[in-house]
Structure formats: C-alpha cells, structure tokens
Design a protein around this ligand. Structure first.
Ligand code: GLN
Length: 238
C-alpha cells in the first residue's frame, strides 16, 4: 500500500469529546512505521469516499448524533465499507448509531445496522473511567479509557463484546464495546487510541493486511505504564 487513507467522519457533528485524537494517533503510528498517511476529514454535507482504507467516527450529543445517523444512512458508504472488510472504529455516539437502533432526544432512532446491537437509555449517566479485559482473540490485553454517555447497549449474537468490564459501565456494566469483522465500537473516549496503542496497531494491521506482530515495534513505555497503572487501580477499586 502506497498511502493509507484514513477518513475521519463528520467533524462538524461528532467531535465533542476529542475523538479526533484517534486520527492523530493512527497517523503518527503509521508514519513511524514508514507508511504514508492521507488523513481525510469528511463533513456531514459531503459524500463519504468509498476508496479509503479506514473509517473513524466519534462521539457527540444526542442532537448531532441523530442528524449524523440520518446522513450516514442516506449516504450508504459506511455500510459498504464494513461489508468490504475496511476497518471502522466508532466511539460512543458513533458506536451506538452503528447498531439497529439508538435512543436520543427522548426517542428511538434507526441505526445503520452494521453491528448487531441496539442502544436504549440507562438509569443514570455513565461518567468516569472505564477498564476492561478484551477478547483474547484480539491479542491486545486490557483497555482503559474515559466514558460519558446516557445510553446502554445490548449486544446481539453476531457481535462479540470488545471487553469484559472490570471498572465503569460500558455497554451495561458487564461488557464494553463490540466487535465484528474489522468493525470495532467502544465507549472509550480519552481518546481511546492514545491510551490503548495496541488497539491502534490492531486497526492499522487490519488496514494494511498484516498481522499486528509484523508491525515494527515502537517505544510505548509511557502509554503502557499508564494503561497498566489505570487498569490495576480501577479494577482494584471495584
Ligand atoms: N448521546 C449519546 C449518549 O449519551 C452518546 C454520548 C457520547 O458520545 N459521549 O448515550
């Protein structure tokens, strides 16, 4: 691959929580491995290019989330990207709208049906640190991040949880996020990839078609130390 094209979707609607940091982390980690990166920001009044190698979508408040879902459904490109096996990373509001339905502004909205899940409203807002043990098949170990959402997410049979929650709420207090094929959804802001570099490398490896172990190692001493410290402290406090 000559240039890795990473699309960051709808910065005009879903950029409330600093999730653009995920784009910066991916670009940095790709370039450090000698891979050229073309970051592309696609606003909600633009067509989504089908030629990209990876798609990122962030979190946001209820109003922009509902508008984003409507425009993404109209566009259709994200569903086709998922079918084509392109990696997609979706955070919080972006994660909820990949499911069958989600709840915003006091009512249910249709989602994109890319992930087999649905979201409704929880008894209270989940705000704070979150930690979990990821599915062993992913090979990325524990994750930590920051969550801030009112919704709760219920997983169907065709997805696997990204992690078992050891602290915080995530989907429902038991599992956090979801994963199917090369699509990952998570409640982790932070931004999630800055705090979980192994997750960033998994997405990069999927995008360029290699095993994550084939990516040249990077010095992740500090993020790994933070991740270990946060995971232990949060999990012990439960
Ligand atoms: N509006 C959604 C909720 O509260 C998503 C929030 C977010 O993206 N942080 O559940």
């Amino acid at each position: 691959m000559s240039t890795l094209r990473i699309v960051w979707l709808y910065p005009d609607l879903l950029s409330t929580y600093g999730d653009r940091g995920n784009l910066l982390v991916l670009a940095h980690r790709a370039r450090a491995r000698g891979i050229d990166v073309e970051p592309m920001q696609v606003r909600s009044d633009q067509r989504i290019p089908h030629t990209a190698d990876m798609y990122l979508i962030g979190g946001g408040e209820d109003g922009p989330q509902a508008v984003a879902a409507e425009r993404l459904l109209d566009d259709g490109a994200l569903g086709r990207a998922a079918e084509a096996g392109k990696p997609i990373l979706a955070i919080c509001a972006g994660y909820q709208l990949l499911g069958e339905s989600f709840y915003a502004n006091g009512r249910a909205y249709a989602g994109l049906n890319i992930l087999d899940l649905r979201s409704d409203r929880g008894p209270s807002r989940a705000v704070g640190e979150i930690a979990g043990e990821t599915a062993p098949q992913l090979g990325i170990g524990p994750i930590t991040g920051f969550e801030n959402h009112g919704g709760r997410t219920h997983l169907g049979e065709a997805v696997q949880p990204l992690a078992r929650v050891t602290a915080g709420v995530g989907n429902d207090g038991t599992t956090e996020g979801a994963w199917a094929g090369h699509v990952i959804g998570t409640y982790m802001h932070g931004p999630g990839l800055a705090r979980n570099p192994r997750l960033a490398d998994l997405l990069l490896a999927w995008a360029i078609g290699v095993n994550p172990a084939q990516l040249p190692p990077m010095d992740d001493t500090w993020p790994e130390r933070l991740r270990a410290e946060r995971f232990q402290a949060l999990t012990a406090a439960q």
